[in-house]
Design a protein around this ligand. Structure first.
Ligand code: EPS
Length: 390
């Protein structure tokens, strides 16, 4: 399976095309819309989220509620586009409009794609960079991931993303909590966090950041239950599934690091307290007594829950901007101020959930190559049986 996305933050719409989905997967616009609504929530978002009410239009690949096996096209309109039709117009500008729209962005924001993107594509109006590098693109990535989540669900695989930490405030989350419990609790939290006391402090930290014209980041975690063992491979670097997941997580806007299980903590403790002992019982087959490695050994799933964390840096668009250089005059200036969110970590938890869902769904289709959901389900069932008795 593969997909492409297209669209600018203030352009008419965002588009994704998914190719390689099996036929016979039940899918409706509502399946996607409920995930888009989850991404739009979260304490700390700016005004843009009040303008948008993200809704998908599915224009190919589905008939009467089921995938056909042909490419699926998903589009989400930008409501804000109507305010940007001149600035972001597709057609050449008339002379009159040109003077109106001329205000170029020439002061790159430190930490954003502005300067490097301008250098790369030769854009002297940095709007040409920031429109596509904006995290608005994560909208259609969630739409794509929603389709993947539907496929995982039909294979008995459940997934959740939640917030572990914002601005150094850590959530107290009991170990081994089930995905369904985490979902139930975090869905009602304004910061998508299990711990109510930490949630309160996180919201205070967001208020403070907003007051100070600053932004804050955090750590999000995705947990997946039900992945069979042995997906991915140890035989070649580009077939290691944990490596693919790490790449996918790092591709989310503003993400700067990834950890599996105990992650960087492993550097501090001996092997006897890191590796997970192997056990077996008739009903469940092979298991690990603990899950410190987060569901991966040798680039392959162990059959234990996948536990992966990602760190999101504070958003680089600051109302109290840092110093930058005007690319026209080369004079030092404060960076451009663009409308922004003071904290998008709760939304990022939803984005990461969907990005991980996509990688896992793709890896399953690679392993159990199938053009029909029915055969995919049968193959996975048979394989689970095999791994239990191996
Ligand atoms: C973003 C800036 C803000 C965010 C946006 C990402 O948008 P705007 O420039 O329109 O105020 O709200 O996020 C989204 C639009 C979204 O859907 O998540 C940026 O510069 O990355």
């Amino acid at each position: 399976m593969r997909y492409l996305t297209a669209g600018e933050s203030h352009g008419p719409k965002l588009t994704a095309i998914i190719e390689g989905l099996p036929a016979g997967l039940s899918l409706t616009a509502e399946d996607v819309n409920q995930e888009l609504a989850r991404r739009q929530k979260g304490y700390g978002r700016g005004r843009r989220m009040q303008i948008e009410k993200d809704q998908v239009e599915i224009s190919s690949g589905i008939r009467h509620g089921y995938t056909l096996g042909s490419p699926v096209t998903l589009t989400v309109e930008n409501n804000d586009w109507k305010h940007w039709t001149k600035i972001m117009g597709i057609e050449p500008l008339s002379e009159k409009d040109e003077s109106e729209v001329k205000r170029k962005i020439t002061r790159p924001r430190p930490g954003h794609a502005d300067l490097n993107g301008g250098i790369k594509y030769g854009h002297r109006d940095l709007r040409n960079v920031l429109e596509r590098s904006s995290a608005r693109e994560t909208t259609v990535r969630v739409a794509v991931g929603a389709v993947a989540k539907k496929l995982l669900k039909e294979l008995g695989i459940d997934i959740v993303g939640h917030v572990k930490e914002i601005a150094g405030i850590k959530a107290d989350v009991p170990e081994g909590l089930s995905v369904s419990k985490l979902k139930e609790i975090t869905e009602d939290s304004p910061v998508r966090c299990y711990d109510p006391e930490a949630s309160r402090k996180m919201m205070e930290a967001i208020d403070d950041a907003k007051k100070n014209g600053d932004s804050i980041g955090g750590v999000v975690e995705v947990i997946v239950e039900g992945m069979p063992a042995g997906i991915g491979s140890y035989v070649h670097y580009d077939r290691k599934l944990d490596a693919k997941l790490a790449g996918a997580v790092m591709s989310i806007n503003a993400f700067k690091g990834v950890e599996f299980g105990l992650g960087f903590e492993m550097a501090k403790i001996p092997g006897s307290q890191v590796h997970d002992e192997i056990i077996w019982n008739e009903t469940e087959g092979y298991k690990r007594r603990t899950n410190r490695l987060g569901g991966f050994e040798g680039g392959m799933t162990t059959g234990m829950p996948i536990v992966v964390k990602g760190v999101m840096k504070p958003i680089p668009t600051l109302y109290k901007p840092l110093q930058s250089v005007d690319i026209e005059t080369k004079e030092p200036f404060s960076a451009s101020i663009e409308r922004s969110d003071s904290c998008a970590v709760p939304a990022a938890a939803v984005v990461m959930e969907h990005v991980v869902a996509w990688e896992l769904a793709s890896s399953l289709l690679e392993h159990f190559s199938s053009d029909q959901m029915k055969y995919l389900q049968e193959s996975v069932k048979e394989y689970r049986e095999y791994t239990r008795n191996f």
